[in-house]
Write a protein that binds this ligand. Structure first.
Ligand code: SF4
Ligand code: SF4
Length: 91
């Protein structure tokens, strides 16, 4: 299955890839207890694309109902201020 899932909004403004939204070409969602963005980067810089067109490259949360073959099939995802995936839904 091929899918491209947009990072619609991310409230983790401390991330270097956040410039009025996610500017990473592809983020990886994983995390420990909660589904979270593992591309989160806390350094004193801004990086990434010139516009907020970030996409989900991979997601390790197989137990989320939007996950298929380690990809996200949601139309888009939102992340909260600590970079947790707010679009996560347990199967
Ligand atoms: S989705 Fe991840 S990489 Fe993109 S701005 Fe948010 S925390 Fe940073
Ligand atoms: S909605 Fe589910 S499958 Fe998509 S990125 Fe979030 S946790 Fe992963």
């Amino acid at each position: 299955m091929s899918t491209i899932t947009a990072v619609k909004a991310c409230a983790a403004t401390k991330c270097a890839f956040n410039n009025n939204g996610c500017t990473a070409v592809a983020v990886t969602i994983g995390g420990a207890e909660k589904a979270a963005c593992e591309t989160l980067t806390i350094i004193d810089a801004r990086a990434g694309l010139s516009s907020a067109n970030g996409q989900v490259g991979a997601c390790k949360r197989l137990e989320c109902k939007h996950n298929s073959d380690l990809l996200c099939t949601a139309a888009g995802i939102n992340l909260d201020d600590v970079a947790n995936c707010a679009s996560y839904e347990a199967r």
